[in-house]
Write a protein that binds this ligand. Structure first.
Ligand SMILES: NC(=O)c1ccc[n+]([C@@H]2O[C@H](COP(=O)([O-])OP(=O)(O)OC[C@H]3O[C@@H](n4cnc5c(N)ncnc54)[C@H](O)[C@@H]3O)[C@@H](O)[C@H]2O)c1
Length: 281
């Protein structure tokens, strides 16, 4: 059993905490926002009860998860004994660097640091610590308990031991991994952000309605979800940050669609705010 701490209890942090807990690990979820941590506790508790009732998890997994999962607002208490820390805070390099600098000061020397960034550089993050060999990106997908893949991204100094450790703990979480050498957006976000942005451009140009763009991609190209419903699920603020980073690092073809920028300005952030390309109220 490993002690796994997750920093950030938003869309992804909650899913990672749930998945790590039903895999038999001791899990601590941390956030700077008491409100987010409280909401995460409610959502995870509901998911555990429902998954148990429906037989998606065993009674043993349910008991282990409810015993071994805790919520801790104090950063130092949350991380001081961790074997693995998985960071899932906002997609902003300045915030991530601040978190990793603190982690490096407080955690044990052996603790492995993973970032759930969708696009950014584990090399840049690792360079802010005294242990770049123990820093890696561990990219989960949304919703974490359903999606099978973890993309493991090796920074310049990431050691083989760190990659093996992450691959093993991913297997324990019943996930498959792909190993990727660092480049902005890795494999999945680089591809997916482009498709999503093009769908938004088409909507803005009046090519088709949101529902028809999504339907065309699902029924015509066999995508399990349409690109606009997927963007709503991810969160449009998070997607915009991904696009801005990719635009800055990979150039013009990643210029964020103006409609996406406008929606974020209006507070239409997708499913989590009640409306985005679709209405969820
Ligand atoms: N949403 C997705 O579908 C998705 C998928 C894969 C990866 N990601 C990546 O996961 C990360 C988190 O995304 P999200 O969608 O969960 O974001 P989110 O906005 O839902 O949650 C972020 C959380 O981080 C907390 N936070 C901010 N600063 C903090 C700090 N200093 N210490 C502790 N907590 C802090 C916030 O209070 C918030 O609860 C991002 O890097 C994102 O790119 C997102």
């Amino acid at each position: 059993m490993q002690e796994v701490t997750i920093i950030g209890s938003g869309v992804m942090g909650r899913g990672i905490a749930y998945t790590a807990a039903i895999s038999g690990h001791k899990v601590i979820l941390n956030d700077i926002s008491p409100e987010s941590l409280g909401n995460a506790e409610k959502e995870i508790t509901n998911l555990l009860v429902k998954s148990n009732e429906k037989g998606f998890i065993t009674e043993k997994q349910y008991d282990a998860a409810t015993t071994n999962l805790s919520y801790e607002i104090n950063f130092e208490n949350a991380v001081k004994d961790a074997d693995l820390v998985i960071e899932a805070v906002l997609e902003r390099m300045d915030i991530k660097v601040e978190v990793f600098t603190k982690l490096d000061r407080i955690c044990k020397k052996e603790t492995i640091f993973a970032t759930n960034t969708s696009t950014m550089s584990p090399t840049e993050i690792g360079a802010q610590t005294s242990r770049p060999d123990k820093v890696v990106a561990m990219h989960f997908f949304n919703p974490v308990h359903k999606m099978k893949l973890i993309e493991v991204i090796r920074g310049l100094e990431t050691s083989d031991e760190t990659v093996l450790y992450i691959e093993e703990i991913s297997r324990q979480m019943n996930k498959e991994t792909v190993e990727v050498n660092e480049f902005p957006g890795f494999v999945t976000s680089r591809m997916n952000c482009l498709i999503g942005n093009e769908a938004m451009n088409m909507l803005m140009e009046g090519v088709a309605s949101a529902a028809d763009i999504d339907k065309a991609m699902k029924l015509g190209l066999n995508h399990p979800m349409g690109p606009l419903e997927l963007a709503d699920l991810v969160g449009l603020d998070t997607r915009l940050r991904n696009m801005e980073y990719l635009y800055q690092t990979l150039g013009e073809k990643y210029r964020p669609c103006p409609l996406l920028v406008k929606y974020v300005k209006a507070g239409r952030l997708g499913k989590k705010s009640g409306s985005g390309f679709y209405d969820y109220k």
